[in-house]
Write a protein that binds this ligand. Structure first.
Ligand code: 5GP
Ligand code: ZN
Length: 113
């Protein structure tokens, strides 16, 4: 999608530290990390947020969760990790291309801010 920063990263038109790329999913490090490991897992297809998902995205979602499991292992997060997706302004979403934040490497607190 025109003007979407994550579409630009997927197209390799904007720089990012890409750790994982499959036919449908990409993962790269967050530019402003909130934990020692802070990755973003995105679909290569532009979808605004979880709100834009339908039954047709079932396989894609499975692949995003598989990527999370794989990356938690390669990042050495045996102690645990967190997967978060912010939806809409009140949910704290700032980039409107669906993404899961994979956070780890420190003890997470609850509730999140
Ligand atoms: P949201 O606020 O939508 O849940 O998360 C957006 C995330 O994208 C933020 O954690 C922010 O640091 C990250 N981010 C924004 N722009 C870029 C960018 O150009 N490159 C990378 N790697 N991360 C970005
Ligand atoms: Zn996009």
């Amino acid at each position: 999608m025109n003007g979407c920063v994550f579409c630009k990263i997927v197209a390799r038109e904007a720089p990012a530290e890409i750790l994982h790329s499959t036919e449908s999913v990409m993962a790269f490090r967050d530019a402003n990390p909130q934990a020692p490991t802070h990755l973003l897992i995105v679909p290569k297809e532009h979808i605004d947020s979880i709100d834009g998902l339908s039954d047709a995205h079932a396989d894609l979602l499975a692949h995003m969760f598989q990527a999370a499991n794989h990356l938690a292992k390669t990042e050495g997060l045996e102690e645990g990790w967190r997967l978060v997706s912010n939806v809409g302004p009140a949910g704290g979403q700032t980039v409107y291309h669906l993404h899961f934040h994979l956070l780890g490497g420190r003890r997470m607190t609850w509730p999140p801010g």
